[in-house]
Design a binder for this molecule. Structure first.
Ligand SMILES: Cc1cc2nc3c(=O)[nH]c(=O)nc-3n(C[C@H](O)[C@H](O)[C@H](O)COP(=O)(O)OP(=O)(O)OC[C@H]3O[C@@H](n4cnc5c(N)ncnc54)[C@H](O)[C@@H]3O)c2cc1C
Length: 261
């Protein structure tokens, strides 16, 4: 039977661009270019390697995000994923991590899966909690933060590297894993892959397709609330200490004034 792998991929604002908050203190996603979260490229790569090693496997990439999030799906398809699912709904605006995990879990169940692969964290929210939340909702084991992962005889195995030790972990499928940026360089899409991606199926689902009520997600359904946010102040010119015999003293005074020493 085919091994069904679902990879959760997030469309994130480009970190190199100027990012702002909208009036409701959510991230202004209209005003900035986005891309597939770089950390999710590692998840796609591991899914493709597992699929290549399996006799029969299918890789589906799944995102919850606005219209432009299709760009993230296209990138993953051009890397080699077989098909994509885009969950998009105006009522998702302001959804927090708990709401996102609800939508992902319902979509994963609807898609059908043996193995879910996520990134270690998104490059915008960087909470690193979604895979655990999804595992809890699906009622399956979670094996997180793997720097090596493989599937054999219905079991997913992997290595988690900590500061002091490395652990070998395994779980029976169905399961969810997250992989780190140490799991192996993600491949670049080839020209052939980019052309092939244009013809691969992308399904679009909204909340009603997943039997989710609007109140369960969005700002109203969020358990977390942003109370205030301030733009980072513009950089000011630094203080230059010229050494004319008293440089060391001036430097020490400056550092003491800033409470660094
Ligand atoms: C349109 C929209 C508006 C949002 N507005 C807000 C808001 O106002 N306030 C707020 O707190 N949150 C909002 N969110 C949710 C937020 O962007 C995060 O998706 C969510 O909080 C998860 O946190 P994180 O990014 O830190 O995930 P992490 O836990 O760091 O992510 C770990 C992994 O989970 C997977 N993952 C995470 N998010 C997604 C996703 N959306 N689609 C697919 N896979 C995913 C990826 O594999 C990722 O590598 C919004 C989301 C959407 C789609």
């Amino acid at each position: 039977m085919s091994l069904r792998i679902v990879v959760t991929v997030k469309y994130v604002p480009d970190a190199t661009g100027d990012r702002h908050f909208a009036d409701d203190l959510t991230v202004d996603r209209d005003d900035v270019d986005g891309l597939l979260s770089e950390l999710d490229e590692y998840a796609v790569e591991q899914a493709l390697q597992i699929a290549e090693d399996a006799d029969d496997a299918e890789v589906t990439v799944l995102t919850v995000g606005p219209e432009d999030a299709k760009d993230a799906l296209r990138k993953a398809l051009s890397m080699g994923a077989d098909k994509a699912i885009h969950v998009e709904d105006d009522d998702l605006h302001g959804t927090d991590a708990i709401g996102t995990s609800l939508v992902l879990a319902k979509a994963i169940e609807k898609a059908g899966y043996d193995l879910v692969i996520s990134g270690m964290a998104s490059t915008d929210g960087t909470m690193g909690v979604v895979p655990a939340l999804v595992a809890e909702r699906l009622g399956v084991p979670q094996v997180t933060l793997l720097s090596e992962v493989s599937v054999e005889d219905g079991t997913v195995k992997g290595r988690r590297d900590g500061d002091a030790a490395s652990e070998q972990l395994e779980a029976q499928l169905p399961a969810i894993v997250s992989v780190t940026d140490q799991s192996g360089e993600a491949r670049y899409p080839s020209f052939k892959g980019i052309m092939a991606a244009k013809k691969k199926p992308v399904e679009s689902w909204d909340l009603s397709d997943l039997d989710i009520e609007a109140e369960e997600v969005g700002l109203d359904g969020a358990f977390t609330k942003v109370e205030a946010a301030n733009e980072r102040p513009a950089r000011t010119a630094g203080t230059i200490v010229k050494d004319e015999g008293e440089g060391g003293k001036q430097l020490a005074e400056f550092l003491a004034g800033q409470k660094f020493i």
